[in-house]
Design a protein around this ligand. Structure first.
Ligand SMILES: [Cu+2]
Length: 136
C-alpha cells in the first residue's frame, strides 16, 4: 500500500481528518449522458463525471472528495450552506456515479454539483454546465 493510499485509508477509518474539503486544481464535474440537447424517454440514466477530485460517501470527511448532487430545473443552490433535499436537488450520498431518472414530458435542465461530507458546495464550486434535455 502506498503512503497516499494509507493516508486515505486512515481517513476512512477515523473519519475525522482535519483537512478542509479542499478543491483540487482543475477539478471539474460534468454530465456524461444524456448529452446537451438530447431527447430521451423516461426512465433514463444520468451518468456523472468528475475529474481532479474523488467521490466519497456523505459523512466521510476526506480532502479532495465529495458526493454528487443533481439539480433538476433549478439554479445552483447558494454557496456556504447545505444543498436542499427535495425533488429538484437529489443527493447521491452513497457515492453513486449514475442514477435512473423519470421526468414528465417536456424540456428540463440538469446540472451536477459536488458537495462535501456535510452537503455544502465546495469553494470554489465544482459544478457541471447545465444541460437541456427534452423528455418525450
Ligand atoms: Cu449531499
Amino acid at each position: 500500500m502506498s503512503r497516499i493510499h494509507r493516508f486515505f485509508a486512515n481517513c476512512v477509518v477515523v473519519a475525522a481528518c482535519t483537512f478542509p474539503a479542499a478543491v483540487f486544481a482543475g477539478a471539474e464535474a460534468y454530465i456524461i449522458s444524456p448529452q446537451d440537447g438530447e431527447t430521451v424517454k423516461s426512465p433514463f440514466v444520468v451518468r456523472f463525471g468528475l475529474k481532479g477530485m474523488g467521490v466519497a460517501p456523505a459523512g466521510i470527511e476526506m480532502p479532495g472528495t465529495g458526493h454528487h448532487h443533481l439539480i433538476i430545473d433549478a439554479p445552483l443552490p447558494p454557496a456556504g450552506q447545505p444543498v436542499p433535499f427535495d425533488d429538484q436537488h437529489k443527493h447521491f450520498g452513497k457515492g453513486q456515479t449514475e442514477t435512473e431518472l423519470s421526468l414528465p414530458p417536456g424540456e428540463h435542465t440538469l446540472q451536477l454539483m459536488l458537495g462535501d461530507h456535510t452537503h455544502i458546495p465546495h469553494d470554489p464550486v465544482v459544478a457541471s454546465k447545465p444541460i437541456r434535455i427534452r423528455v418525450e
